[in-house]
Design a protein around this ligand. Sequence first.
Ligand SMILES: Cc1ncc(COP(=O)(O)O)c(C=O)c1O
Length: 389
Amino acid sequence: MRRVYFDNNATTPLLPEVFEAMQPYFVEHFGNASSIHHHGQETRAAVERARESVVELLGCRPSEIVFTSGGTEADNLALFGLARPGDHLISSTIEHHAVLNSCKQLQSAGCEVTYVPVDGRGVVDPDDVRRALRPNTKLISIMMANNETGVLQPVEEIGRIAAEADVYFHTDAVQAAGKVPVDVKQIGCDLLSISGHKIHAPQGVGALYVRKGTLLHPLFYGGSHERSRRAGTENVAGIAGLGKAAEIAKRALESGDLLRMAEMRDRIEQTFLVEMESIGVNGAGAPRVPNTTNIYFDYIEGEALVIALDLKGLAVSTGAACSSGAIEPSHVLTAMGLRPDRARASIRFSLGKQNTPDDVQFALDLVPATVARLRELSPVYGRKQALST
Ligand SMILES: Cc1ncc(COP(=O)(O)O)c(C=O)c1O
């Protein structure tokens, strides 16, 4: 059966070039990067080469990159590394759970957190951030691109507000890196998270940019790896993969590949909007990363559509999380003001560099018919049809 993967915001396939860059560090070059002998020097060199590639992608210095086990750890390191009981933090209602649940934990440990809202397009108003500042505000953590909608946040303005107030600014750029230019100086952030597996590197590796002079408490205690900011023997193969993926991501930003991706994404949206009734794009009108579209299909359950499409070979996802048997509507979509039933009827299509116009055609052929079939089974849709005839 033909399978098309449109869930690249969940994870991306490892690129062959990335796999090739990692392979020597499993068997051939196995040294501990802290060892002073030949074997250690080989792997140390690989780690430092990868660091240079991440530096090139983010526009910072090598000493400002801390390799982590992924985006979640990078977010945790930023927040727990800075916040102390009595501190006030500012975040938003649409953050990834890596930030939201860190904030919740910090609240139970004696920090105060203000969650700024978003408008109907899913965008934070920088003035809300400014108004939320207090004398004890230590950190602002607002994501660069949302994982469910792809909506970009005004991080440069927030960076200016943070600088004026002399408050640290962290941005979760996990879903922005490789899709839009990410330059830490332009953003004006002190901390920025990225994750390998969202840019075609393996799962289980990521990085946190930490601006020079930012004193972070480590999450782990152990050796003095990563300038004492992240103890633990380095995941050399993973880091080598992240380095190669960063290099490829940087090239893609300059190559026009992302424009082609945006064209494919736009074709999906335009075709669906013309061919189907009672649908709409969540986050329409806001600046977005080029690979993501989040669409509501009224009168259906998103979960049912995901399963029906998967049975036909198309992998997409809902923004909804499944907890203890009850499907909660997405916190991102409800924060944007969507009714719970509409939030539950929403599906995310997220494209990757491996996708082709043929993949798009596959989705265009499949989705309208599947939505129509599911709506036939919906009593609410049946009533609506009866009323309109
Ligand atoms: C915006 C955002 N932040 C953080 C993460 C967590 O990254 P990781 O899966 O590398 O822990 C994700 C992953 O879905 C994400 O989309």
